[in-house]
Design a protein around this ligand. Structure first.
Ligand code: SF4
Length: 153
């Protein structure tokens, strides 16, 4: 990898702005994600900032089961994010459909709709697990491995 590319990737990995999207979660995962982003865990030391607009975000944190109703809105939000962008499935519902598995209107995980770069299992997830997923994502970005798992938006 060229030195300039390595430098750019290094910079990106240390400045991840995140957007939290609830696609139908029961809110328990959201509360844990918000806790992870609070001053108690101080993720700003890793360059992680919570943003309110997809146009300013590098990472999409998705909680909840992805339903057929929310799919198009999720895709619209994803397409509004600038490249390169990353997706983290947070919680069992987002990872695999969770308790809504086999419901006629629920996808078997976010990766049926979007490429996913990190998975955080748990019902609900722990703040430490969310921080670990962000750390994994930082390492992936630093190494220049951008391909997520699953379907493209
Ligand atoms: S994984 Fe559990 S806690 Fe999280 S949204 Fe689904 S049901 Fe709620």
């Amino acid at each position: 990898m060229k030195l300039l590319t390595r430098l750019v990737n290094w910079g990106r990995s240390r400045s991840l702005w995140v957007l939290l999207i609830n696609t139908g979660a029961c809110n328990a995962c959201d509360i844990e994600v918000i806790a992870a982003l609070s001053p108690r865990y101080d993720v700003e030391r890793f360059g992680v900032l919570l943003k309110g607009s997809p146009r300013h975000a590098d990472v999409l944190l998705i909680t909840g089961a992805v339903t057929r109703q929310v799919r198009d809105r999720l895709l619209r939000i994803y397409r509004q994010m600038p490249e390169p962008k990353y997706v983290v499935a947070v919680g069992t519902c987002a990872v695999s459909g969770g308790v809504y598995d086999r419901c006629y209107n629920v996808y078997k995980g976010v990766d049926e709709v979007l490429p996913v770069h990190a998975y955080v299992p748990g019902c609900p997830v722990k703040p430490e697990a969310v921080i670990e997923a962000i750390s994994v994502l930082r390492r992936v970005i630093e190494r220049g491995e951008f391909n997520g798992r699953g379907k493209g938006g």
